[in-house]
Every structure is written in C-alpha cells, then in structure tokens.
Design a protein around this ligand. Structure first.
Ligand code: NAP
Ligand code: ZN
Ligand code: ZN
Length: 348
C-alpha cells in the first residue's frame, strides 16, 4: 500500500481536516498519479454534508483531478511517467454491460465506481478522491491533458467541462439557437464558454446583476437578473435551450416559461430536495425537461479535444488545502469566480 496525505470530512458536515489514505500498489493496468491540482465541485459539498442521502465517512472528496504520472503498471500502453493526465467523476465500471460498452460508463448497470464516496468493483473497498497527493487509477479511466493550457485550469474540465459539454452537444447548442445558462458558478461559466464556442447565442440568468460584466467577458451576449421585474417579461418564451446549473432548491417551473414552444430545459444542478413543476407550462407548449449526468470516457475525450481546439479552460482561484472549508462557505454563497482549485503541493 502507498500512504497518501489527504483532507477528509470525518463525519457528515464536519469541517475537512488532514487525513491519511492507503492507495493500492499499482497493478499491471494502473497508473499512479501524483496529483497537482483538484477542483472543488459543488457535488463535493453536497456529499461531504450528506445532502444527497447516506454517504460514506471519512470522505476525501475531489473529482476534478490533474496531475503527473509517477509510475505505470507493466501492461499500461497509453501513459508514461511525467505525462500530464486527468481523472474525473469515476475510476472504474463493469466494462461489460450495454452502457459500458456504448461508452456511457456513468450508467453502468451494476454500478459505476465513483472517484470518492463509492466502492471499487470488488464492492468492498471504499474510494477516496482528489483532495490528496496521489491516486491510483486503471488506465482506461485516465485521460491526457491537452497541451499548452495550464493544468490548474484544466482540472475543472473533468467534471464541470464534460457535464456541460455533453448535454449542450446532445441537445443542439449551435449557431442560430438561443441558449440560456442558469446560475453562473463552476458549471455555469463552463457552459457559457462551451455554448459560445459551439456557436449558440448565450445568455446568463443569474440571481442578481453582480456577475453581469463577468458573463459578457466569458462570452455571453446577454444577461438577465432573474429577480428583476423587467427580466421576467423579457425572459418569457425567449430560449431554444436552457441549462440549469443551480445547486439549491429553486423555481424550475418558472424556467420552463422562459423557453420557446418545444424548447428544452436541461437540468444538471442537483439540489438536495425535490423541485416542483407545473404541468401546464410543460405540456401546453410541448417543452422538454431533460436531465444530464456527467459524461462517459469517450465524451470526456471529445470535450478535451474541443476545449483544446477552442483554447477553453476554467477561470480558477487556486487555494492551499487549508482554505478548503472557507472555499465551501464561499461557494455556497455564490462567491467564486469561477472554480476553486486546490494546489495539492500544500498537502505535501
Ligand atoms: P457552484 O459553482 O456553487 O454554482 C452554482 C450556482 O447556482 C451559483 O453560482 C449561483 O449562481 C446559483 N445558485 C446557488 N444558490 C442558489 C439559489 N439559492 N437560488 C438560485 N441560484 C442559486 O456549483 P457547481 O459546482 O457549478 O455545481 C452546480 C450544481 O450542479 C450542483 O448541484 C452540483 O452538485 C451539480 N452537478 C451536477 C453534475 C451532473 O452530472 N449533472 C455534475 C457536477 C455538478 P448565480 O450566483 O449566478 O445566481
Ligand atoms: Zn463535479
Ligand atoms: Zn457496466
């Protein structure tokens, strides 16, 4: 076993604190990655606070990992020491079910192995995430970082990037279509950049005007403060496509009315309690309410290639690990531009 320094929530909702994790010795298909950076996704906060139901503690969150290959197993072909690589939300799956074979590992029939708060495919060994100095991952679940972009800005692509790229592509964000991004946080700011690069006319819908200038800088053509009376009128029937990245319970029903007839609302935000939807705005205009869950390995590679071609990376605030609890509080307040990323050297 390899002892690794980490930060963990020992119990649900406890502040994160120093912890030690034992990683397996790399097997013949494994890659030992020395972690350089790990993004802080709001899903980390939901899980560390057990907002999505029973979770496993101690928990080392983190699924936006960028680092360098330290060592590879004898059968690893795609990576060599010193390569810059990334790991996202899952580290294994059964590989044989229809979902795994079609590249949608996140829907694995027998259960995907998430990067943390999950069990390995042996169904016994708990997984621990990227708020740590190193991780061991099967090469099939590791991806190369695109060259010439700073790794701290690439780490968030492994969740926020693919979670927005995959549904925007699937639901046709493109030239001639109006896309609304609801919530301008980690996922939201990636949706703006990616949506604009796909050719869509992007607007941001935020709670206040505080992020208006940022939205424009990120590539949005228009901005709406949801709470303002004037916005309510302007938003009605306005969009072909909406992507909702809001982390807290909010009024999705109102968002449906912002769509043109037959428009689609893609929900990616995962608030911890049920959301209410009135049937009339949905049925009356034949609108679509869709969900989207991260992306498979092939989609993640496609997203990385797309971001490399379009020079897209995340806007980040790099922090030492000691500031993780403060970062959680700030993320909950919406006070982040636009992703906190832990510098893993602060753990060593
Ligand atoms: P984040 O950086 O904290 O951003 C969330 C944004 O939601 C905030 O910036 C804020 O935008 C808005 N918001 C927060 N509280 C709100 C409230 N009470 N009412 C209205 N708007 C509010 O979070 P994130 O990392 O982007 O994650 C967003 C959500 O997506 C989380 O629930 C996360 O678990 C989920 N997620 C889902 C997937 C998936 O596969 N579907 C993957 C990753 C994350 P404004 O300040 O602009 O209003
Ligand atoms: Zn995430
Ligand atoms: Zn499977």
């Amino acid at each position: 076993m390899i002892a690794v320094k980490a930060y963990a929530a020992k119990t649900a909702g406890a502040p994160l604190e120093p912890f030690s994790v034992a990683r397996r010795e790399p097997g013949e298909r494994d890659v030992l990655i020395e972690i350089a950076y790990c993004g802080i996704c709001h899903s980390d906060i939901h899980q560390a606070r057990q907002e999505w139901g029973p979770a496993s503690f101690p928990m080392v969150p983190g699924h936006e990992i960028a680092g360098r290959v330290a060592r590879v197993g004898s059968k690893v072909r795609r990576f060599k020491p010193d390569d810059w690589v990334g790991v996202g939300c899952f580290v294994d799956s059964c590989r044989t079910c229809a979902s795994c074979r079609s590249g949608h590992q996140q829907f694995c029939r027998t259960g995907v192995t998430y990067t943390y708060n999950s069990l390995e495919q042996d169904r016994r060994t708990p997984t621990f995430g990227g708020y740590s100095t190193a991780i061991v991952v099967d090469e099939d679940y590791v991806l190369k970082l695109p060259p010439r972009l700073p790794p701290e800005r690439l780490a968030p692509l492994f969740c926020a990037g693919v979670t927005t790229y995959a549904p925007l592509k699937r639901w046709g964000a493109r030239r001639g279509r109006r896309l609304g991004v609801v919530g301008l946080g980690g996922l939201g700011h990636m949706a703006v950049k990616i949506g604009a690069a796909l050719g869509a006319e992007v607007s941001v819908v935020s709670r206040s005007r505080a992020k208006a200038a940022d939205a424009k800088r990120l590539g949005a053509a228009d901005f709406f403060a949801a709470g303002e009376g004037a916005s309510a009128k302007a938003l009605r029937g306005h969009f072909d496509l909406l992507i909702d990245t809001v982390s807290a319970v909010h009024d999705v029903g109102a968002e449906l009315s912002w769509l043109k007839p037959e428009g689609t609302l893609i929900l990616v935000g995962l608030p911890p309690r049920p959301l209410q939807v009135e049937p009339f705005p949905l049925v009356g205009f034949q609108r679509v309410l869709a969900g989207s869950n991260i992306g498979g390995v092939a989609e993640t590679q496609e997203m990385l290639d797309f971001c490399a071609r379009n020079k897209i990376s995340a806007d980040v605030e790099v922090i030492p690990v000691e500031r993780v609890n403060e970062a959680y509080e700030r993320a909950i307040r919406g006070d982040v531009r636009f992703r906190f990323v832990i510098d893993a050297s602060s753990l060593r």
